[in-house]
Design a protein around this ligand. Structure first.
Ligand SMILES: Cc1ncc(COP(=O)(O)O)c(C=O)c1O
Length: 362
């Protein structure tokens, strides 16, 4: 079985756009892309006059080194958001096929599907005192029943913070081998200290892993994320991608962030975040207005409040903006990102001062 069998039939021989950078030509005077021959006066290093390399080899190699895959198995793009969209467009026919999601989950899977006219099949996560759990058998059943081409798993989950077992992901991918691609969104995996599904690629060519520099690497504004998958699928996704997805300043920032000294600091920040998460989780669990704190392996905690609206407003009044999860159908929940120790102390001061509504069951 080749993963290419899962690509939309009408795109299998699609060549994509041939840009001025597609032909590997060499010369001193570049007059093939209708660029300006002069730099803009604001372009201090004269870096921006010419269209960028679509996939700079140095970036691809640095990211492949970081994630432990081959550069041919990796496509860099505008955040993992773009990876989600590319997978959808390459695998699902417009207005047809289906994708499976497990709510509550990251909203962009359903948004990209909606924009593409692709039906979304939901297999909700189950919740108990230990947090959220994915029903892998039900996900496999739903994917088979609806002939879905793509399954989105999020590990650790957003907004649940739950980590999926690598063995369960492998078993689902094996079950759907010739039916669907299993996309594993690992935007927060650095905070989980757990193995990546990238290790499964060798035996499961229908796995695609989404990684990003936006979270642990603190480069959200640079918009650098990637899809890691079978090299044949990566080649298809690249042909579906916009001609010049990676702005030069973003590539420079990513390369600098992947230099050894920056990576050491990133590692220290991850460890600090994990420590702060544990502190916040136990302190919040003792707060009077908190029903419970959902265990999290990501850089946020989901807090179930006695009065979520009151807590949201009190935090906002203190200048602290958190995510209100009520719009996601979780009526009593706020999602609080882990901040610096000082920021987390501010959160705790507000939460500890919350009035407990009369008659509320704690
Ligand atoms: C689970 C998940 N995946 C992907 C993204 C998007 O990340 P990026 O900045 O790489 O587009 C987010 C952003 O919050 C996220 O929570």
């Amino acid at each position: 079985m080749s993963v290419l069998d899962l690509v939309r039939a009408d795109l299998r021989d699609f060549g994509g756009y041939r840009s001025a950078r597609s032909d590997k030509l060499d010369g001193q005077v570049w007059l093939n892309a209708n660029e300006s021959p002069w730099a803009n006066s604001a372009d201090i290093g004269s870096q921006l006059r010419r269209y960028p390399d679509p996939q700079p080899q140095r970036l691809r190699e640095a990211l492949a080194g970081l994630y432990g895959c081959s550069p041919r198995q990796l496509l860099a793009g505008r955040g993992s958001d773009e990876g989600i969209d590319l997978l959808l467009r390459a695998l699902c026919r417009p207005g047809g096929d289906a994708v499976v999601v497990t709510t509550p989950t990251f909203g962009m899977y359903a948004v990209s599907a909606r924009l593409h006219g692709t039906p979304v099949v939901d297999v909700p996560l189950r919740e108990d005192d230990d947090g959220y759990h994915c029903d892998f058998a039900a996900v496999g059943d739903a994917a088979e029943r609806t002939a879905a081409r793509l399954v989105f798993l999020c590990s650790p989950g957003n907004p649940g913070g739950n980590l999926l077992r690598i063995e369960d992901i492998a078993a689902l991918a094996a079950r759907l081998l010739d039916r669907a691609v299993v996309a594993v969104d690992e935007a927060y995996i650095e905070f989980a200290d757990a193995p990546s599904a990238i290790a499964l690629l060798e035996e499961s060519p229908n796995i695609a892993v989404l990684r990003t520099l936006s979270k642990a690497h603190a480069l959200a504004a640079a918009r650098i994320g990637c899809v890691i998958a079978d090299a044949a699928l990566i080649a298809v996704l690249q042909r579906c991608q916009a001609p010049y997805p990676l702005p030069v300043p973003s590539v420079e920032a990513a390369l600098a962030a992947l230099a050894p000294a920056s990576q050491r600091l990133t590692g220290a920040r991850i460890r600090e975040t994990i420590g702060e998460r544990a502190r916040l989780q136990s302190a919040l669990a003792r707060s009077p207005g908190v029903r419970r704190v959902v265990p999290s392996r990501a850089n946020f905690v989901q807090v179930r409040c006695i009065d979520a609206q009151g807590a949201f407003e009190a935090l906002l009044a203190a200048g602290i903006v958190v995510r209100d999860l009520r719009a996601m159908g979780i009526p009593d929940a706020l999602r609080i990102s882990i901040g610096t120790p000082d920021q987390n102390d501010r959160v705790l001061r507000v939460m500890d001062a919350l009035p407990v509504p009369a008659g509320a069951a704690a």
